[in-house]
Design a protein around this ligand. Sequence first.
Ligand code: HEM
Length: 434
Amino acid sequence: MSTFNELDAIDLNDIDGFWAKPTEYRHAAFDALRAEPRLPFFPEPEFGMAPRGPGYYALTRMDDILQVSRDAARFISGKGTGNVVDLPPEMVAEFGESMITMDGPRHGRLRRIVSRAFTPKAMNAVMDNVTQVAKGIIDEVIERGECDAVTDISAKLPLRIICDMMGVPESQHEFVFKQTNLLLGLSDPDYVAEQDDALGVMFNASQALADLMHELAAHRAANPADDLISTLLSAEIDGEVLTPSELASFFILLVSAGTETTRNAISWGIELLTTFPEQRTVWLSDLDRVTPTAVEEIVRWASPVIFQRRTVAEDAEPIELGGRQLGPGDKVLMFYWAANRDPRYFENPERFDVLRSPNPHIGYGGPGPHFCLGAHMARLELKVIFRQLLTRIPDIRVTGEPVRLKSSLVNGIKSLPVTFTPGSPSRRTDLDAT
Ligand code: HEM
């Protein structure tokens, strides 16, 4: 039985009253929700001018999420995944053609076109670049002995890698960074002032990224190069190429899904090294052996994507789930963050254990057609950056409270002050990659 005794007080829509509270509070609340025999139901939050829908069920048990995730025919993504509220049709028409919100054969077609760029083999090809970028990032801070781990370290690696892959020039990286912060920080007043219409901000940021993509595509159509945009422009499946709107939506998805998630995993990893010093010792004792399990454990513990939504398909028969009967149009939110702490799957779930094995976490999504396309890439980036950190500034430690993003979707850290013993730039040393 859970010790949390205020079940009625849990409001998953309340950013300040729930998501901004200390992590321990969130743990206790999710433990209580997980222990409920019937799936808890919540009304929908307000989101700009979007109409308020019927509400949603909160899934916190691993078994329930696995069931939904595997059943993509009945639990569809096409009505929205990262948002509880349905987006207005104009917005969906303009930017909704992204594969994360597609179902069935259409999703499969897009995924086949782009997945070649993200296979383990393709990742071997970008490994050198990831290592060089990671080295350069540490070079820039190593002599200072202190920095903000988010802006100076974590945010830089995934942004550089995905922009390099897409062929976005360096002069535009900062612009991409700003727009993705807006897209994923819609509920945080540091990014979107409370008086602003979150939907409008989302539309404008999406439009700005789409414009950049169209510019790059026009340039690449005339000057093909060895980058993902050129591949996407020329890719054909069954004689079809991506439409301009599919291209733009894919670009928006990649730069947002590929940057914020990995960035937050790195930041949480640095935080965890400070909170669990004995785990740092274990990791440092054998980098080769421990790094693969440690980076999985960071993703389990951090669960950078807190939830994704599914909606019961219009033609679905009634479905039994978590003591409820669901029908067409019902919404479920799969709280990966909570399932990754399900004691039926993880012993001592609150413990950060760099050697945890098995570790059947679903931080990259559950099994099914939408499993994270960039998981190999994220793993590579995490392995490379932590190897650099633990080899070159192994005593890096957090010196102040992490400033957390106010969001129910992204388990983000906006700022993380750290100190470490200064060292020398890597150009004079020769470090291995992973
Ligand atoms: C630690 C880092 C990452 C985490 C925790 C993460 C998490 C996730 C999750 C939970 C999903 C499932 C969405 C769903 O089922 O509805 C997903 C999908 C996706 N991710 Fe990641 N992701 C990470 C890194 C990346 C990277 C580096 C990229 C690309 C460069 C990427 C691109 C994508 C794409 C394109 C999808 C949609 C796949 C589809 O709909 O078929 N992700 N990710």
